[in-house]
Write a protein that binds this ligand. Structure first.
Ligand code: BG6
Length: 514
């Protein structure tokens, strides 16, 4: 995460170059990196895909992706032409060893022309079933041997349980060393997720209260308005727990709960995060349903439009047991966090798209004000808003103006776009740049992935053993099933209403109420 270092000459090879991820995420990210001047002068992208396409078609396809998904909108001709000149395409069958030899020749030709040894980044933007085949192919072609300059990037899912995650690592490591493997969890590339470290460890005032003596509990909410979209086939096997909790939500939790790092080194930070995962109290196998709640959306109304139930989405079984909502209660067994609950929830077809971490502080030990002055008293709350309206909000009590003493909660708010007058880069911009620089701080190490699978294993097993009988159990547009409310209400607490407005509230000109 050294912000000032430009990458060395790089050749980025994207397996799945004609696929969805490249189109939606990688091409827009590369375009924006280029416009912002981050790409090295000597830089090339080689798309490799089984789909037959000419080089011209490949470029036109990526331009379309950039126009649709780039934070900058449609590219103008001059800026597009600059990056288009660096794009080439190989149509190849991943099982054919000749493809890897051809690729090797192309890399060598490029380096000969540049007269420099380039970084080789192999990005697997393909379904996990083909990972082993590609890794073997690259290995046999000798494209993994240069430990310093060859890197491989893989996308989640990293397995579908602990055993398969281990098996995946075992197929990678005979060819690539762990230091060459970059496992992407795109949440870690989000600006505000990285800012959790800055907020906690670059300021002296928060750290002394960041513990069980001052914090009552922590909530992490990642809500999505969208349904499963076109990904029914994948989601049927994944569900919200595997798709979101095992990776994104647990990573957010690690950032909030980790101990201060001694230095800003990739492995130091990753180890501190792994410590959190190892300290999570195992969910009791005989009591999983007191700690975990699952849900599936039924039909409902969102922004005045009728949306269908999960079970009638394309690629989804009419009696699907896949959960589109998951909520968990976790504890971290260490000196800092003993007995402080972390409540995590995520779901599709929730009322708003929002990701935020809410740190709920304990009430003051003694209320010295007369009770009439403190009717609306709320303990302090700090909200780290990951998206949208990226920022930080601190709620505290203040005296209302007037001759008598009346207290009410007020918010102090910092938003990125107002403070820094610019939109944060997309996660994939940060992550691609870091891979090119060889900085693994924001990527998942094998042990972190395995520890995260261990945390959710009891839940996966219990949910598989006891199929849900009440699905669908929340209508689209609601905050998940009733049981999710009960999960937290049993502890005398309630979910915090996220600090972003729903579209309806925004249209009515309402203001934030948390
Ligand atoms: C992905 C999940 O990892 O994250 C998707 O597979 C989910 O199901 C997405 O929609 C959410 O990412 P973001 O950046 O839109 O919050």
């Amino acid at each position: 995460m050294d912000d000032y270092r430009h990458p060395a000459p790089t050749i980025l090879v994207i397996f799945g170059g004609a696929g969805d991820l490249t189109w939606r995420k990688l091409a827009p990210a590369l375009y924006n990196l280029d416009v912002d001047g981050w790409l090295p002068d000597k830089f090339a992208v080689i798309g490799v895909d089984g789909k037959s396409m000419t080089e011209e078609e490949f470029r036109a396809h990526l331009r379309e992706g950039v126009s649709e998904f780039s934070r900058r909108g449609k590219p103008d001709d001059a800026s597009w032409d600059r990056i288009a000149g660096r794009l080439s395409f190989i149509c190849a069958d991943f099982s054919d060893q000749r493809a890897y030899s051809l690729l090797k020749q192309q890399l060598a030709a490029c380096e000969k022309e540049w007269q420099v040894r380039a970084e080789h980044v192999f990005y697997l933007a393909v379904p996990p079933v083909v990972f082993p085949m590609i890794v073997q192919g690259l290995g046999k072609a000798g494209l993994a041997e240069d430990r310093e300059h060859a890197r491989i990037v893989i996308e989640k899912p990293f397995g579908h349980d602990l055993a398969s995650a281990r098996a995946l690592t075992e197929t990678l490591t005979p060819v690539y060393r762990e230091s060459q493997i970059y496992r992407i969890d795109h949440y870690l590339g989000k600006e505000t997720v990285q800012n959790i470290l800055a907020f906690r460890f670059a300021n002296a005032v928060f750290e002394p209260v960041w513990n069980r003596r001052y914090i009552d509990h922590v909530q992490i909410t990642v809500g999505e308005k969208v349904g499963v979209e076109h990904r029914g086939g994948y989601y049927e096997k994944a569900g919200a727990l595997r798709d979101m909790v095992q990776n994104h939500l647990l990573q957010l939790m690690c950032m909030v709960a980790m101990e201060p790092m001694v230095s800003f080194q990739a492995d130091e930070i990753r180890s501190k995060k792994a410590d959190v995962l190892h300290a999570i109290r195992p969910i009791p196998r005989d009591d999983v349903f007191s700690y975990a709640v699952r849900g599936q959306y039924g039909a409902g109304w969102m922004q005045g439009e009728h949306v269908v139930a999960y079970r009638v989405e394309p690629g989804v079984a009419p009696d699907s047991p896949a959960e589109t909502f998951a909520a968990l209660k976790l504890f971290v067994d260490n000196w800092r966090w003993q007995d402080v609950p972390f409540y995590l929830r995520t779901g599709k077809r929730l009322p708003v798209r929002v990701s935020e971490v809410s740190i709920q502080f304990l009430p003051v030990p003694h209320k010295s004000f007369p009770s009439a002055t403190t009717m609306n008293w709320q303990a302090n709350r700090l909200v780290l808003r990951i998206q949208p309206e990226e920022g930080i909000l601190l709620r505290f009590e203040a005296k209302q103006p007037g001759p008598s003493m009346r207290l009410s909660p007020v918010d102090m708010e910092m938003t990125y776009c107002r403070t820094f007058k610019s939109d944060p880069p997309e996660a994939y911009e940060t992550l691609l740049l870091d891979v090119m620089r060889g900085d693994a701080t924001l990527f998942m190490r094998a042990d972190q992935v395995e520890a995260a699978w261990s945390v959710i294993t009891p839940v996966l097993e219990a949910w598989q053993a006891v199929p849900p009988v009440d699905f669908p159990n929340y209508p689209a547009g609601a905050w998940g099933p009733e049981d999710a409310e009960a999960l937290i209400a049993r502890d005398g607490r309630s979910w915090v209403v996220p600090t972003v407005l729903t579209d309806e509230e925004e249209a009515k000109g309402e203001v934030k109420q948390t």
